[in-house]
Design a protein around this ligand. Structure first.
Ligand SMILES: Cc1ncc(COP(=O)(O)O)c(C=O)c1O
Ligand SMILES: [Zn+2]
Length: 448
C-alpha cells in the first residue's frame, strides 16, 4: 500500500518533470572519450529549462533570474522550480575545476549560451567566480570501514571553498548573475541576500567578495560575534533580526530575508524554492562522486547524506542518479522530512498539499546545528530521489551523532557534528545494512 502510493508520488512528479528523471541513471555515466589528452569538444545547450514541481509551469532556460516559480506569491509560496534536462549529458571535460569539468552540464551555462554567450566567455566567468574549486577527494576510509564492517567511502568537502560544499550551490547563482550582467540583462547590482549564520553565510560572503557584489546577511540575535566579524571582514553586512510584535510565526531572519527579496534583493540562498539555481551547482558533488567511484572501481550500494533544508541531498541525488540508493539523515531533535515521509504514504500527489505534509518541526535541537532547519524546503526533490533509488529517511540518534563526529575525527577528518551526521545515519541504521556494503558519506563543514 505504502509503496504503491509512494509510487504515485513519483509518477505524478514524473509528469511534472517531463523527461528529466528517465535519464537520471545516465547522469552517473562516465564518457570514456573524455580522458586526459583528448581534445575538448564543443557542446550544445542541453538543459531544456525549469518546471515547477507543484504547478507544472515551464520556465525557458534563456529566462534571466529564473529563481522562483512565476506562480509563487506571498499567499501561495509553495512552488519550486526544478531543472529539466534534455536527453544526454555532455561528457566531463579534462579539468580539475568541477565548474569547468562539468560546465556545459550546468543550467547557468546553458542560460548564458541560450542568450548568445560563447563557451569561452562562460569559462572566463567560471574562472572569475570559481577559480579555486577543485574536485574534492573521494577515498575509502580504512579506519571507518573496519570500525563499521562496511566498505565506507568518504567524499571530503571540509577543504572546499569556505570549508563546506555550500559554495557549490551559490557559485551557480553568482555565475548566472555575472553572465546576465555581461549580457546587458541587469541594470545595476541589487544586493544579494541570505538568511544564515553558518556555512552558507560564509560561502556567500566569500563568493560575493570575489566579484565585489554587495551582500546582506540576515542572522538570528544569538549569532556568535566571531562569526559575524568574519562575515564583515569579507564585506558582508550583518543584520541581527529580532522578532517583531506583528511577525507571523517562523524564523525572524528568514522573514527579514524575504522582505529584502520582495524589495528587490537577489535571493543568494541554498533553498531551492527561493532560488532554483542553487540546485544547479550543487549537482557537481553528485557528478564527482559518480565519476570518482567509477575510477576507483567501486560500485556504490548507497549514499547516506545529512539533510537540513534539503538542497544538498537533492543535488547529490540529481548528480548520482537513481542507480545509487539515497538515504537521508536528520537528527532525532529535528526530523521534519521523516515526518513528511510518513504523512505522504497515504496521499497522492502530495506536492499539492505542501503546507499540510511538510510542517515546521517544533523546537529543533541537536549538536548537528547546521541541519536544524525546521522545514525541509527541498522535500519534493529529496523525496523523489529517495523513492526512485529505493532509499529512505533515517532519524539519527543524538548519541550516534556524537559518536560519528568522534569516529570521523579519529579517522582523520576535521569535520563538524553536522558534517558527520551522514555517518551518524549509517551508525543508527547499521543493523539494516549488509556487512561489506559499499557506502558513501559526505563529510562537509570543517570543524571550527
Ligand atoms: C556541513 C553541512 N552539511 C550538510 C548541510 C545540509 O544541507 P541542506 O541544508 O542543503 O540540506 C549543511 C547545511 O547547513 C551543512 O552546513
Ligand atoms: Zn509553480
Amino acid at each position: 500500500m505504502i509503496r504503491s502510493l509512494r509510487t504515485s508520488l513519483v509518477s505524478g512528479s514524473l509528469r511534472a518533470f517531463g523527461n528529466t528523471r528517465r535519464h537520471s541513471t545516465g547522469e552517473a555515466a562516465i564518457d570514456q572519450s573524455n580522458r586526459p589528452g583528448l581534445p575538448r569538444v564543443t557542446i550544445d545547450v542541453v538543459i531544456a529549462g525549469f518546471k515547477c514541481a507543484v504547478c507544472g509551469t515551464d520556465v525557458d532556460i534563456g529566462t534571466p533570474f529564473a529563481w522562483r516559480c512565476p506562480q509563487a506569491t506571498a499567499d501561495d509560496p509553495y512552488h519550486v522550480l526544478h531543472i529539466v534536462r534534455s536527453d544526454s549529458l555532455p561528457p566531463a571535460l579534462d579539468d580539475p575545476n568541477p565548474f569547468l569539468r562539468y560546465g556545459p552540464r550546468l543550467a547557468w551555462w546553458a542560460f548564458a549560451q541560450a542568450n548568445g554567450m560563447t563557451g569561452d566567455a562562460c569559462a572566463a566567468i567560471t574562472r572569475e567566480v570559481a577559480a579555486d574549486f577543485v574536485v574534492t577527494s573521494f577515498e575509502r576510509s580504512d579506519a571507518l570501514s573496519s570500525e563499521l564492517d562496511l566498505d565506507l567511502w568518504v567524499k571530503d568537502e571540509t577543504g572546499n571553498v569556505a570549508g563546506s560544499h555550500k559554495a557549490r550551490h551559490l557559485a551557480s547563482i553568482l555565475m548566472h548573475l555575472r553572465a546576465a550582467e555581461s549580457l546587458g540583462l541587469l541594470a545595476g547590482r541589487p544586493p544579494l541576500a541570505i538568511a544564515s549564520c553558518g556555512n552558507a553565510a560564509l560561502a556567500a560572503a566569500t563568493l560575493a567578495a570575489r566579484v565585489d557584489w554587495p551582500l546582506d546577511v540576515y542572522v538570528p540575535t544569538w549569532m556568535d560575534d566571531a562569526f559575524g566579524s568574519e562575515i564583515e571582514r569579507l564585506g558582508g553586512r550583518i543584520h541581527r533580526c529580532e522578532r517583531r510584535d506583528h511577525d507571523p510565526p517562523g524564523d525572524p531572519a528568514m522573514l527579514r530575508f524575504r522582505d529584502a527579496r520582495d524589495a528587490g534583493a537577489i535571493p543568494f540562498t541554498v533553498q531551492g524554492p527561493e532560488n532554483a539555481y542553487c540546485l544547479d551547482g550543487g549537482r557537481t558533488l553528485g557528478w564527482e562522486i559518480a565519476d570518482q567511484a567509477v575510477l576507483a572501481g567501486v560500485k556504490l550500494d548507497r549514499v547516506v547524506v545529512q539533510v537540513g533544508g534539503g538542497a544538498f541531498a537533492a543535488s547529490v541525488g540529481a548528480g548520482l542518479g537513481h542507480a545509487v540508493r539515497l538515504d537521508t539523515v536528520q537528527a532525532e531533535g529535528c526530523a521534519p522530512l521523516a515526518a513528511t515521509w510518513d504523512r505522504i504514504a497515504s496521499i497522492e500527489q502530495p506536492e499539492r498539499y505542501w503546507s499540510q505534509v511538510m510542517r515546521p518541526w517544533p523546537e529543533p535541537h541537536s549538536i548537528a546545528d547546521g541541519i536544524l532547519d525546521d522545514e525541509t524546503y527541498d522535500w519534493i526533490a529529496v523525496t523523489e530521489a529517495m523513492v526512485e533509488s529505493g532509499g529512505r529517511p533515517i532519524v539519527a540518534l543524538e548519541r550516534d551523532i556524537v559518536r560519528a563526529r568522534q569516529l570521523a575525527t579519529d579517522a582523520g577528518f576535521a569535520v563538524s557534528a553536522t558534517g558527520a551526521a551522514g555517518l551518524a545515519g549509517v551508525l543508527t541504521a547499521r543493523e539494516h545494512i549488509h556487512d561489506g556494503d559499499h557506502i558513501a558519506v559526505v563529510m562537509s563543514g570543517v570543524a571550527r
